[in-house]
Design a protein around this ligand. Structure first.
Ligand SMILES: [Zn+2]
Ligand SMILES: [Zn+2]
Length: 345
């Protein structure tokens, strides 16, 4: 099959003729229709994720059709989404319904073969496959495997954002825009902060207010932008990029009793977080890591009844363009929003 692969961290990402994946026990093979280009793919390529196995076919956010599933034949022919954390289904976390933090988890594009390819294997098919209603098209479904589901669960289950609350989103890239769309849908007031005017324009089109920040701003300067709009601070903050400066700014911009949810992965350890403020204002620092397949029904209902992840898509690339796009993802002028890849092109 045609696939995109890198042999070393930071090395060339090229199209190769790779072996077709064979389904292991309980696994399924999905023919990929769309796969998203997510910042985590860039982290993996750079070697920031210690679990990434070389050589690596990246890609973890995909939708497609099940073509083989020897242990779960009822799934063959179904259009599916798959959470990027593929849970084992039997460990203590999975047994408690918390597959997104499964202790035996596998991740396509990191521990296992990813979806920048014609076909991708899915372990524990009956645990990890999510059937898609026909009304949800491929463009809308692609981001359900990572960024959209991550934003949904971070806001609903983890931060428990309520109607009328104020959400500050730091970084209006793919997951940030997803959070903005979802929070507006939930009836929250939303402020987007980013260095890119184009990203802020996209955020405003989704119903957010916007403040442009500079790459050299301190956490306090960024938090001051939040208090310009909301003098008491935000009810909830989300670092949707993954940056020590933005994480600290999120905490400093919170109202008393507020919640910061960290979604963006950090390339470097977070050395300083204003924990004095966390104590004095009784703030809560929360982590959020994807969403288990069993929690998808509420999200699918919301997408069928109004939420439109396809509105976040800014480009669909052929596989040949995906390697260069991945390698330049961290460039300041890299295109933003949700970029998808059609591996059949
Ligand atoms: Zn991702
Ligand atoms: Zn498990």
């Amino acid at each position: 099959m045609r696939a995109l692969r890198y042999e070393s961290f930071g090395g060339a990402v090229t199209i190769v003729d790779a072996p077709d994946p064979m389904p292991g026990p309980g696994a399924a093979i999905v023919e990929v229709a769309r796969t998203g280009l997510c910042r985590s793919d860039w982290h993996g390529w750079r070697g920031h994720d210690s679990d990434t196995v070389l050589p690596c076919i990246p890609g973890h956010e995909f939708t497609g059709t099940v073509i083989e599933a020897p242990g779960a034949p009822e799934w063959v022919g179904k259009r599916v989404a798959v959470p990027f954390v593929m849970a084992c289904g039997t460990c203590p976390e999975c047994t408690r319904g918390r597959g997104q933090v499964c202790r035996a988890q596998r991740q396509p594009g990191f521990t296992d073969q990813g979806s920048f390819a014609a076909y991708v294997p899915v372990v524990a098919a009956r645990v990890n496959l999510v059937a898609l209603p026909d009304a949800i098209g491929d463009d809308a479904a692609a981001a359900l495997g990572c960024r959209y589901a991550t934003a949904w669960r971070a806001l609903t289950a983890v931060a428990q954002l309520q109607e009328g609350e104020r959400l500050a989103v730091f970084g209006a890239g793919g997951v940030g825009l997803a959070a903005i769309q979802i929070a507006v849908h939930l009836g929250a007031e939303v402020l987007a902060l980013d260095i890119s005017s184009a990203s802020l324009g996209h955020a405003m089109s989704l119903g957010a207010s916007a403040e442009r920040i500079d790459a050299t701003d301190s956490p306090q300067q960024i938090a001051d932008h939040v208090r310009t709009l909301w003098p008491d601070g935000s009810s909830v903050s989300m670092d949707a990029l993954g940056s020590p400066v933005l994480a600290s700014a999120g905490v400093l911009g919170l109202a008393r009793g507020g919640r910061h949810v960290q979604v963006g992965l950090l390339a470097e350890p977070l050395s300083v977080l204003p924990l004095g403020r966390v104590i004095a204002h009784e703030l809560r620092i929360l982590g959020s890591h994807g969403m288990a397949a069993s929690d998808y029904p509420a999200l699918l209902d919301a997408v069928e009844s109004g939420l439109d992840p396809a509105a976040l898509v800014t480009a669909t690339l052929p596989l040949a363009d995906a390697g260069p796009a991945l390698m330049t993802m961290d460039a300041p002028d890299a295109p933003r929003g949700v970029r998808l890849i059609d591996p059949r092109r």
